[in-house]
Design a protein around this ligand. Structure first.
Ligand code: ATP
Ligand code: MG
Length: 706
């Protein structure tokens, strides 16, 4: 099967900058200043009130300077993150680091950054200043070529920090010599107006009112954008008149100008009033989502007798038209997002309405049902869709989990949610996070139950993926004991599978073969194809290969690949391809082995499967030795050493893999000679994972260069 290739985020050099969705206006001097500060300081923090344009300006700057950073410009958004303990994790996942190991996160984060020449942008730090400051300090100390650009309503209070305030846009009158038509606030209004009323033009008739409106709104971009939306129903003069009435009411008897943050609040409040009551209620309710969400989710979470589910689509459209909601189109469909400052406003309303708890509960219920659906669908033909979808839902899943774990009454739901999402933790790059949550939820639910048994085998699976075979074994044994006690035969079988996996990692082949055999034998109803039966078959084939029973291993794998093909399953099939490549290599068929390894690699790219890719590359290096292409093998060995450093325990610490690896290094050296080997190895060590995969997928028959 040939799939279109998508390069995973964390494997690329250029970074992960989001696109700019709307046109950008002015700020020439600020951008030049920022560039200068960035050249001189390692930490620049952009400060300013909400809605003034911190995030947007930084994004513009990032696009302008991206080519100056050979290792990319990386963007991490902390806006909706509530838990300070998750800052490191969020940044690591923005960088696409799927750390499989159980080491401390900051260690692998600093290690990953290492001597990379890169810019890290941390957007919206104000609610997590302490945590951000500590992490930034640690990273800057460990990584000599790293620069950090943060946005925050307040500074990070680090001694070497360069703080750059973002003022509002220049408003008409600030500079008496300026032409009103080219003033930046006026420009912004005109651009946004043009999006609402396509034939809107600035002219001599309306320029005075537009200029006055921008002055009234203090040049705050968000306030200007919200006002421009009203052109749908009103003229500029009418907007100005209404705004003036409202502001003088708010300023009260003092008649003094409103302070800037009050201007923004007033502008938001005004937009709020412009909404229908039902839209307002929806705005408040939508604030329970973290980041973006699908229409379906809004329909489920936010509807009730007062907001019928069939009205939600129209209400969402209304909020989009009023610039309250942003639309984002993704491969997987359209998603919506509340603008940050507006989400905060909605949250306050929701609290005032006394509906916050009820909405959080509905949000949790939605994610419980989504988790169930995704688990059921995972092993089928839409696996890549679910991979993309669940990565998009990551922030929301976190919020749902935090809600569930915040009360002992709900911690059972946390267990269920976590266990259903086993594939998210193991296959979508969130191993460490899954482990942390699972351990927390299990601690909160100490008495044996079916839910607990499932969470225990999931924990075992997650720990195996980290190469922590002892921890994996402990969880699987615990699962087995409790499953017998509660009479859960399915969990007994899965516990056996997970014990077998741990035994394989520990190099106890006999034990692995017996336990995996039991898991396969008793899996009669085929319900647990994945993660039970199919991975058990792949692992048993690895055991058989290691024991020299190559014919049996190959026929098992053929059956497994057949089932995967029938189901449209890709994740396990990529591992089966890897196992097949090992078996075929061992039976002296390196060309066929290379074909299998490449099939495996191609699939793994879709899943950003760091661990799996490293395993396949290990085998590819061995295949190349057999094909007498030692220089390329040496390059791959260099890349492997470098990339295992941040991905976890080399060769997962499994003896059957480390033995192969060591033998491969020896063969390579003796074919090339120490010096040539060393050169090729060092060249390879500069390759990132994407480049190493490309090398393995490329034209390997070409003469090896370097
Ligand atoms: N120079 C600009 N040109 C065009 N649009 C802008 C500009 N500056 C800001 N905006 C728009 O104004 C709105 C608010 O800007 P932004 O989100 O960057 O504010 P912020 O300071 O980051 O706010 P918060 O503190 O809430 O995070 C956004 O819709 C943004 O696209
Ligand atoms: Mg912002």
């Amino acid at each position: 099967m040939r799939l279109r290739m998508a390069t995973p985020t964390g494997w690329r050099r250029e970074g992960n900058l989001p696109a700019e969705l709307t046109s950008f206006v002015g700020r020439t001097r600020l951008l030049a200043n920022l560039k200068r500060h960035l050249a001189e300081s390692r930490l620049v923090t952009v400060t300013g009130i909400g809605g003034v344009g911190k995030s947007r300006t930084v994004l513009r700057l990032a696009h302008q300077v991206r080519t100056q950073y050979p290792d990319g410009v990386w963007f991490a958004d902390l806006a909706r993150l509530q838990d300070a303990g998750m800052v490191k994790h969020t940044i690591a996942s923005a960088l696409g680091i799927a750390d499989q190991s159980s080491r401390a996160e900051s260690e692998s984060l600093s290690e990953w950054v290492g001597d990379r020449d890169m810019l890290l942008i941390i957007d919206t730090c104000e609610h997590l200043v302490q945590g951000c400051a500590e992490l930034v300090h640690e990273l800057l100390e460990a990584a000599p070529n790293l620069k950090v650009l943060a946005t925050s309503r307040q500074s990070l209070h680090l001694p070497y920090e360069q703080v750059v305030p973002v003022p509002p846009l220049v408003v008409p009158g600030d500079d008496p010599t300026e032409n009103l038509f080219t003033n930046e606030s006026v420009q912004l209004f005109a651009l946004r107006a043009g999006a609402v009323v396509p034939d809107f033009q600035l002219d001599e008739d309306n320029i005075g009112a537009v200029a006055e409106l921008c002055r009234r709104l203090d040049g705050i971009p968000l306030a200007i954008e919200l006002a421009a939306v009203r052109l749908r129903a009103l003229s500029v003069e009418q907007i100005l008149g209404l705004l003036a009435d409202r502001f003088s009411l708010l300023a009260g008897a003092s008649r003094t100008a409103l302070p800037r943050h009050a201007t923004l609040r007033a502008a938001i409040g005004w937009s709020h009033e412009l909404c229908e009551p039902a839209e307002r209620l929806l705005w408040a309710r939508l604030s329970v989502f973290a980041g973006d969400f699908e229409l379906d989710a809004a329909r489920f979470v936010c509807s009730d007798g007062r907001l019928p589910s069939e009205d939600i689509t129209d209400l969402v459209t209304g909020l989009v038209e009023k610039s309250i909601l942003m639309i984002r189109s993704h491969h997987s469909g359209v998603r919506y997002k509340l603008i940050d400052t507006l989400a905060e406003y909605g949250e306050e309303w929701l609290d005032k309405l006394g509906q916050a708890q009820q909405m959080r509960q509905r949000h949790l219920e939605y994610y419980l049902s989504l988790a169930q659906r995704s688990e059921d669908a995972w092993s089928g033909p839409r696996q890549i869709y679910w991979f993309v979808r669940m990565r998009q839902e990551h922030d929301n899943v976190r919020v749902a989990l935090e809600h569930a774990l915040s009360s002992s009454m709900r911690s059972g739901s946390a267990l269920t949610l976590l266990a259903s999402l086993w594939f998210m933790w193991v296959c979508c790059g969130f191993v460490r996070e899954g482990r942390l949550y699972l351990e927390r939820a299990l601690e909160a639910n100490p008495s044996p139950s079916k839910e607990r048994c499932k969470a225990l085998w999931v924990l075992s699976y997650v720990r195996s993926a980290q190469g922590d075979s002892e921890g994996a074994l402990a969880a699987a044994e615990q699962c087995s004991t409790e499953a017998v006690r509660v009479g859960d035969s399915r969990a007994v079988i899965l516990a056996s599978k997970m014990q077998g996996t741990a035994a394989l990692l520990q190099g106890d082949l006999q034990k692995a073969s017996a336990l995996l055999g039991v898991a396969i034998e008793f899996n009669t109803d085929n319900k647990e194809l994945n993660p039970g039966l199919l991975p058990a078959i792949v692992e048993l084939s690895l055991v058989l290969s290691a024991q020299g029973e190559l014919f049996e291993a190959e026929s098992l794998l053929q059956d497994c690949l057949q089932v995967c093909r029938e189901r449209g399953e890709l994740w396990v099939s990529s591992y089966a391809q890897w196992a097949m490549s090992r078996t075929r290599l061992d039976t002296g068929r390196p060309a066929e082995a290379l074909h299998n390894a490449r099939e495996g690699l191609r699939i793994k790219r879709h899943f950003h499967d760091t661990l799996g890719t490293l395993l396949v590359l290990e085998t590819t290096a061995r295949i190349l030795i057999a094909l007498k292409q030692a220089p390329t093998a040496a390059k791959l060995l260099g890349a492997l050493q470098q990339n295992w450093r941040t991905a976890g325990l080399p060769q997962m610490g499994a003896p059957f893999l480390t033995d192969d690896h060591d033998a491969c290094v020896e063969d390579c050296k003796s074919m090339m000679g120490e010096l040539a080997y060393k050169n090729a190895f060092e060249n390879g060590a500069r390759l990132d994972l994407d480049e190493a995969s490309t090398l393995a997928l490329g034209d390997l028959d070409a003469p090896a260069e370097d």
